[in-house]
Design a protein around this ligand. Structure first.
Ligand SMILES: [Zn+2]
Length: 447
């Protein structure tokens, strides 16, 4: 059934989005979602293929040939989604449902609307009489939510030639609407991400029966003391150029004295006065913008409650500012713990978050597109605290920027309807505007 507001969307956009949303890609099966898209590209005469990194874990690559005057542009979206188990949904999560002007379905904002917008814009480019000035590569990928191992990381390792580009547009930005959904308040452009890195803290003890606890040295207490030290440690604060814009923009949303501290920090960046640092650090969201953070997330002791553990451990998840290194962070953690009996080792390596130039073709194109569509809405550079597949592209030398094609109101996200949440939803009448935005940005980059 085609619902009333869905008709606002162009047919390609709408059909691709509904079809992608209807396939449960929360536990693999990306190939099933991608097959109809492959058929669309083939029918349009666009060279396209699905490459599987594992059974069912498809990655679709298509290429619109340009004149070659400029180096290629990559348009990236992931089509896996986070699971819905344990969440309370008011409608079946894999049956796109229109209600109260919203389209509700798992993945609608993260990241299937972007995938649909990319397909629509790419097919338009392919059908246009004028060739783009550069090849436009489409990559719709697997496994982003579980680290990109089956998707972008695999493509970079095994099919670099197929996705090699100068510039990339990926998720990682936002188009924020006013609470009444009447206008665009701000557009954020993802220009950097913190590096995701976990460390394992481990202590050792002889073990034995818990009826005769150790009286000299207790491995669990030693680990606990280390965790307290890590919890109380504050990494040095500074405001990097990539985060300056968002701190300045935040100063206009908050109340004094926080608003004044944010405005003042944006002026004195990269340095912060002790008072500004104190005020900003007290707010968890802004604290994460001005420093590397590390927090304990997992704890493991003995296999039974009456056994003394021989090697208890804890995981510390760090989000490292893009101008600091993993080695530097490890050294600071060790110094904060100050106990050679606590072993600190690195867990999985998912690569550095990376950053891209604040000036250049993509920032210019994004500003031009936002101005054309929404007039005075500011475009704000943003440092992402989370990790996206852009990190693999940036590490491979592809300047990957974060944008958005599913406008939402911040208030709606705060109320729990955002990405990864139950009842994830997007205001329907704004989805065409998201595609328009992508179209304008791409048009600027291929002219
Ligand atoms: Zn995503």
């Amino acid at each position: 059934m085609i619902l009333a507001l869905l008709l606002l969307l162009a047919p390609v956009d709408r059909d691709v989005l509904l079809q992608l949303l209807a396939v449960d890609t929360s536990h693999g099966h990306e190939t099933d979602a991608l097959k109809p898209v492959l058929e669309r590209f083939k029918a349009a005469g666009v060279p396209a293929q699905i490459l599987e990194s594992a059974p069912g874990r498809g990655n679709l690559i298509a290429r619109i040939k340009g004149t070659g005057a400029q180096k290629p542009l990559l348009l990236l979206a992931h089509i896996d989604v986070v699971p819905v188990e344990g969440q309370k949904w008011n409608s079946p999560p894999f049956t796109p449902t229109e209600k109260d002007g919203y389209l509700t379905a798992r993945g609608v904002t993260d990241d299937k609307a972007m995938a649909a917008a990319i397909v629509a814009v790419a097919l338009e480019l392919a059908a246009a009489p004028k060739k783009p000035s550069r090849d436009v590569i489409v990559a719709l990928t697997s496994g982003e939510e579980t680290g990109g191992i089956e998707g972008v990381q695999w493509l970079v390792k095994n099919h670099r030639d197929l996705i090699d580009a100068e510039l990339a547009l990926n998720e990682g930005g936002d188009i924020f609407l006013s609470t009444d959904l009447l206008h665009v308040q701000a557009v954020t452009l993802g220009v950097a991400e913190k590096t995701y890195k976990s460390f394992k803290l481990q202590t050792r003890g002889p073990g034995g029966h818990s009826s005769v606890p150790p009286t000299d040295k207790d491995a669990v207490l030693e680990l606990a003391r280390a965790l307290v030290k890590v919890g109380e440690y504050r990494f040095p604060a500074h405001l990097i150029p990539e985060a300056r814009d968002q701190v300045a923009a935040a100063s206009r949303l908050e109340k004094p004295p926080l608003s004044e501290a944010l405005a003042s920090a944006a002026r004195t960046a990269p340095r912060l006065s002790p008072l500004d640092e104190e005020l900003i650090s007290a707010d968890r969201a802004y604290n994460a913008a001005i420093r590397t953070t590390c927090v304990a997330t997992q704890l493991q002791g003995a296999p039974a409650d009456n056994v003394l553990p021989t090697a208890p451990w804890a995981a510390i998840n760090c989000r490292i500012l893009p101008d600091e290194t993993i080695a530097q962070t490890e050294e600071r953690l060790k110094a904060a713990i100050g106990d050679a009996g606590v072993q600190v080792t690195q867990m999985d390596d998912l690569g550095p978050g990376g950053k891209v130039p604040l000036d250049g073709p993509v920032p210019l194109a994004v500003r031009a597109a936002a101005k054309k569509l929404w007039g005075d809405a500011p475009v704000v550079n943003a440092l992402g605290f989370g990790a996206s597949d852009s990190r693999y592209l940036r590490e491979a030398g592809i300047a990957s920027y974060g944008i958005d094609t599913a406008p939402t109101a911040l208030e709606d996200i705060r109320r729990g309807f955002g990405a990864h949440a139950a009842n994830e939803r997007a205001p329907l009448k704004w989805l065409p505007a998201g595609t328009d935005f992508l179209r304008e940005v791409v048009r600027e980059l291929v002219k």
